[in-house]
Every structure is written in C-alpha cells, then in structure tokens.
Design a protein around this ligand. Structure first.
Ligand code: FE2
Length: 278
C-alpha cells in the first residue's frame, strides 16, 4: 500500500482497492460456493439475521468458528417452514472457517499480497480468525444493520481488520456496503459475547444511535477489495433486486493480541487460527 492509501485508511476507516483480485479468482470462489451449497444437506435449519441476533445464536452457529456451516435467509421460508425457493437461492451465508477447511478458499485467502497488506496495516504476525461467503440473495437478501466488526471479533489491544471482496458488482440496487467515513473514531459501542447460561448477549458500552445520515454507499465493481477498520460502522441494506451480490469476507487479528474466551466465535484447541505459514 502507498503512504497515501494508508493515510486515507487512517482518516476514513476504510479503503477501496479496485481490481485487487482477478475476475477468474472471483469466479473460482463462486463456483466452489455453488458446489458446496449443492452438496449441503440441511439436517437442521439455522437462520442468520441481525434483527434478533441473540435469539438466532443456536449451537450450530456457536460451534461454527472452526467449521464450514450454512445459514439461511430469514425471508427464505413460508409460514409452514418450507422453503419459498430452492436451497441455492435460500442461503444467507457460509461461515466461518472456509479459509482453513476448503482448498479453494484456502488458496484465495493465503496469498503473499494479503500477508503484505496485513503488514502494511500494522499486523506483522497476522492470523485469519474468520471467513464468510455472503450471498445477498436476489429479492430476499436480508439487511445487515449498522455495526462494527470489533463488536463480534474483539481483541485486546484492538488490532483487527476485515477484508470484503466483491465477487460481483455491488451497487445501490443489490445491497452494497455503506460506511460512515471516520466513524472508526467514535469508539466501540458494544460486544457480542457468550452468555453465562448459554447463547449470546450484547454487552453495551454506548447507547447513542449511529449517525446514519453520514453513511455513504460503497458501490464497487467485481474484484474490488474493501478494507474495513475493526471499529468502522458499516451496514448493507436489503437486496430487493433480481441480482445477487456475492461477497467474501476475511478477518485478521495479530498473533500478539489477546482474543478473549468471551467472544462468540471460538475455535477448538486442535484447530487454532493460523497465519500464512503452511
Ligand atoms: Fe461487518
């Protein structure tokens, strides 16, 4: 990254890098995700929604930190519980260890370019803590309300950032990202933690609402990488358009930080978060 790009990232809390990955690399991930969904046999249905996030924190979700698991769109079902459309058009996302468990995602996630990017952003020993494949399905793609990623992946000190790869063009119509420029200076508002009696809860530090009038849309082309500071407030709106908006996200922490046991996302001792070494 250039000094100018770094300064921009420090100022805004995000940075948009067009053409960071090739169209072919995007298509490889898309094809692999399609295959995975086709092979997925839903034995139990787990929904991802930011509307009632603590209620939907079932064991399937809580145990997904070091697995590949599938979460449905909230609006995918009829009142009787059956799917309104085929399985392929009903999945909200796949998470949260694609980068470790699937060779195609592993290859995409562990490139020298990404290692260098982490070093530029002040993470000399980066660990990949989470990956998600997000479908933002046509017509039923749910909104993701305004949040900071550090709410979900808290570290002490706070040394974490997210990467958001556009695997398709993302725009106003199909539910692109929106961010509050410089909003990363507003402080951490909450943490999403494991509750003592099971499930999850939000630990709230600051009740003031986000200044959502300051949100700007990040309309980007396929192949663009958006870097998100861990404290940057961002959201995406519903997708009511006939087109999907696939994206792949990766979250990095530094090996030097403390990753609390209270964070919702945990990995088993047999499969700790790994960096770029094989
Ligand atoms: Fe996020």
């Amino acid at each position: 990254m250039t000094l100018e790009q770094l300064a921009q990232y420090e100022r805004d809390g995000f940075l948009v890098l067009p053409d960071f990955v090739s169209a072919e690399a995007c298509d490889r991930l898309r094809a692999r995700a399609k295959e995975m969904v086709r092979e997925f046999e839903p034995h139990n249905i787990s929904i991802f929604s930011t509307h009632e996030q603590t209620r939907t924190s079932d064991d399937y979700f809580l145990g997904s930190g070091d697995k590949i698991r599938f979460f449905f769109e909230e609006n995918a079902f009829r009142p009787d519980g059956s799917l309104k459309q085929d399985k392929e058009r009903s999945i909200n996302k796949i998470g949260h260890a694609l980068h470790d468990l699937d060779p195609v995602f592993d290859e995409f996630s562990h490139t020298p370019e990404l290692k260098q990017l982490a070093a530029d952003l002040g993470l000399p020993n980066p660990l990949l803590i989470q990956s998600m494949y997000i479908f933002k399905q046509p017509r039923i793609g749910g909104e993701v309300s305004c949040h900071q990623d550090a709410t979900f992946l808290y570290t002490e000190p706070l040394r974490m950032f997210g990467l958001w790869f556009a695997l398709e063009d993302a725009n106003f119509e199909n539910g692109c990202l929106w961010a509050i420029p410089a909003g990363h200076r507003l402080g951490l508002k909450s943490r999403f933690v494991r509750a003592d009696k099971g499930g999850t809860r939000f630990e709230v530090f600051d009740e003031t609402p986000w200044p959502e009038d300051k949100l700007v849309p990040l309309e980007v082309r396929k192949g663009t990488l958006i870097i998100l500071h861990g404290l940057l407030p961002h959201l995406s709106r519903e997708n009511r358009s006939p087109r999907s908006r696939h994206a792949y996200t990766l979250h990095f922490i530094d090996a030097s930080v403390d990753y609390p046991a209270s964070n919702w996302l945990q990995r088993s001792a047999e499969m700790p978060a790994r960096g770029f070494q094989k």
